[in-house]
Design a protein around this ligand. Structure first.
Ligand code: NAI
Length: 573
């Protein structure tokens, strides 16, 4: 039986020498990986509690300097020990998975299987108006109108739950890319397709075995995931504290991540990017190198149990090699990141501006410099919901005073979003994870920017506009700001002020109720857009139809960037 041990040698032999981007199924394949980035790093545990109760603090302890050898950055900490082999003969704890995964203090709540937590839920709750068959009638916004309307462990998701509201697709690396977030090569913004699109004959022997196991367990995915966490917490109870109290949706996330990683195991370049990001992102959870073998052991234990009909030593060896590769990439990325950035930032709320009954603009001051790029997002944890992280885009380009702003909409059953909108006040301390996302402006070109911001999705669009302004460029930027009603245009004043200041900027509000159409349809009435790069930010349905609309009018996929990729996956085709 093979032993699971990650080594530097193993890493180099598998991943040495990055290849140039391959065309082989690149659009679909790369896209899936980007989606999975957020799937794996975006646990979503929600409850019906709405974030208005429960949760003591507990995490707000002074930042500790890493003990020598205790963090991934040390030589000792970086190299995971061999784990004991597991398989069909492993001891199977009979602990009910749900009970084990949900600790006594877990808040009884609803579970959703959607990708993102709060804001995505609101999307489900709102019925979209029928698309008008009549010619589009966008509502151009003038100043007058504005005045009237203004109002981390297993490579496979061994991490506490985190909700993602944004995940970016294609975006060229910015020339000014800050060092923490590696630029992603452009990826066409195509709808998610079957991940295992590569012909079977192209798959490596390990990939074939890994996929065979995944196929076998697919019908019992929930059981596998539950059993995995049962194993993990029974055998390694010390790891329980790394996870949030409620774990239901986290379990869904895990298997999804597993499937994705397994399917892409041969796509080395994308896999490495993906896993490096994942490894860095897991630092904020307190994940350490020595946790990885424990997770691998339980992962393979769960797989071997539920894929027993096809499981054999050869398959186990393939999984061990795969997991070893994956974990070593994550460990190395975390170790490298540790040398240059904290695992998280504390940030004090300095202003809290309730723009509508359920939308707040929250501005925070990080405890130390926070480098990021306009268009990126971060993860946020509140003191009221420890270890539950949600993603929010930066609503401004980097500022000279170092402050960061977020637009947060409280949605039903959104713990973090409700806490941020209804509970947070100046002086409160939240935590921030590292910046992420590639929906950034390519300053090496002078293409125009066609920006669609729906609801609070306007936040990163505003940041992009500010970014263009700060670069002193005179490239046209056309913003379409969509909202259901004029009351929902909570940031229109800001956008109009920007428009007044910058002659190259045009802002149009598309109000569903007035235009009798949705945001994506409105852009068809304008253009031509063939000299533009497109940026979309908003609910998943808007992203989907927006991408379709942009393609229809001739914008190639590699010039369409968007967030909310995860929502696309969660929402299904
Ligand atoms: N807060 C943030 O930093 C960010 C939030 N987001 C996402 O933006 C969304 C904002 O939610 P809300 O403000 O409630 O927006 P919303 O649901 O009120 O919709 C805003 C706009 O999107 C359009 N839209 C919605 N569903 C559509 C569909 N299926 N097809 C075509 N158009 C559609 C609407 O017509 C409207 O113009 C959330 O999903 C959130 O996760 C995205 C990026 C950043």
């Amino acid at each position: 039986m093979a032993a699971l041990a990650a080594t530097q040698d193993g890493k180099q032999s598998v991943h040495g020498g990055k290849q140039a981007p391959s065309d082989r199924g690149s659009a679909q394949t790369d896209r899936k990986m980007l989606e999975a980035r957020h799937t794996m790093d975006a646990p979503t545990t929600t409850s019906a509690d709405n974030g208005t109760s429960g949760g003591g603090g507990g995490w707000f302890t002074p930042r500790k300097k890493p003990e020598p050898g205790s963090e991934p950055g040390t030589a000792e900490g970086r190299r995971p020990a061999a784990i004991r082999p597991v398989g069909r003969h492993a001891t199977d704890p009979e602990a009910p998975a749900d009970d084990t995964a949900a600790p006594p203090d877990a808040t009884a709540g609803s579970t959703r299987t959607g990708g993102r937590e709060p804001e995505g839920e609101s999307q489900d709750a709102i019925s979209a108006p029928a698309l008008a068959s009549t010619p589009p009638a966008p509502t151009p916004v003038t100043s007058g109108v504005a005045a009237a309307t203004s109002p981390r462990p297993a490579p496979m998701a061994f991490a506490p739950a985190e909700e993602s509201i944004t995940s970016t697709a294609a975006s060229p690396a910015s020339a000014a890319a800050e060092p923490r977030v590696p630029a992603q090569r452009p990826v066409p913004a195509s709808p998610p397709g079957p991940a295992a699109s590569a012909p079977a004959e192209e798959a490596s022997p390990d990939a074939v075995l890994v996929r065979r196991a995944m196929t076998e367990v697919a019908p019992v995915a929930d059981k596998v995931t539950s059993y995995f966490y049962a194993l993990l917490f029974v055998r390694h109870p010390d790891l329980r504290s790394l996870f949030p109290a409620a774990m239901d949706t986290q379990r869904d996330r895990l298997l999804r991540a597993l499937l994705t990683a397994a399917e892409h195991i041969d796509n080395t370049e994308v896999l490495v990017d993906y896993l490096q990001n994942l490894g860095r992102g897991h630092r904020k959870y307190g994940t350490r190198a020595e946790h990885y073998p424990a997770v691998g052991e339980c992962l393979i234990g769960a797989l071997s149990k539920y894929a027993a009909a096809v499981w054999n030593e050869e398959m186990e060896a393939a999984w061990v090699r795969t997991y070893t590769t994956i974990s070593q990439i994550m460990i190395d990325a975390a170790a490298a990141d540790e040398l240059r950035a904290p695992a998280w930032w504390y940030a004090e709320v300095v202003t809290h501006d309730l723009r509508t009954p359920d939308v707040a603009v929250v501005t925070v001051r990080p405890d130390q410099p926070y480098p990021f790029l306009a268009g990126q997002y971060t993860s946020v944890e509140t003191p009221w919901w420890p270890r539950i992280w949600r993603h929010y885009s930066f609503a401004s380009a980097p500022r000279s005073d170092g402050l960061l702003s977020f637009h947060v909409k409280a949605v039903p059953a959104g713990w973090v979003s409700n806490a941020l909108v209804h509970r947070a006040r100046p002086g409160d301390i939240i935590r921030l994870g590292p910046p992420a996302g590639t929906m950034t402006v390519d300053h090496t070109t002078d293409s125009g920017l066609l920006c669609l911001g729906g609801g609070t999705g306007i936040a990163p669009i505003k940041a992009l506009v500010e970014d263009v302004a700060e670069h002193g460029e005179r490239r046209p930027v056309e913003v379409f700001y969509g909202a259901r009603t004029d009351h929902d245009l909570y940031d229109i004043d800001t956008m109009l002020r920007l428009q007044q200041t910058h002659p190259w900027l045009s802002v149009r509000a598309i109000i569903d109720q007035q235009a009798h159409q949705q945001l994506p349809d409105a852009i068809r009435a304008y253009g031509p857009w063939n000299e533009y790069d497109a940026y979309l930010s908003g609910p998943p349905g808007m992203i989907r139809s927006g991408v379709d609309a942009l393609r229809d009018i001739g914008i190639p996929s590699d010039r369409i960037r968007h967030d909310s990729v995860e929502e696309l996956v969660a929402a299904g085709p």
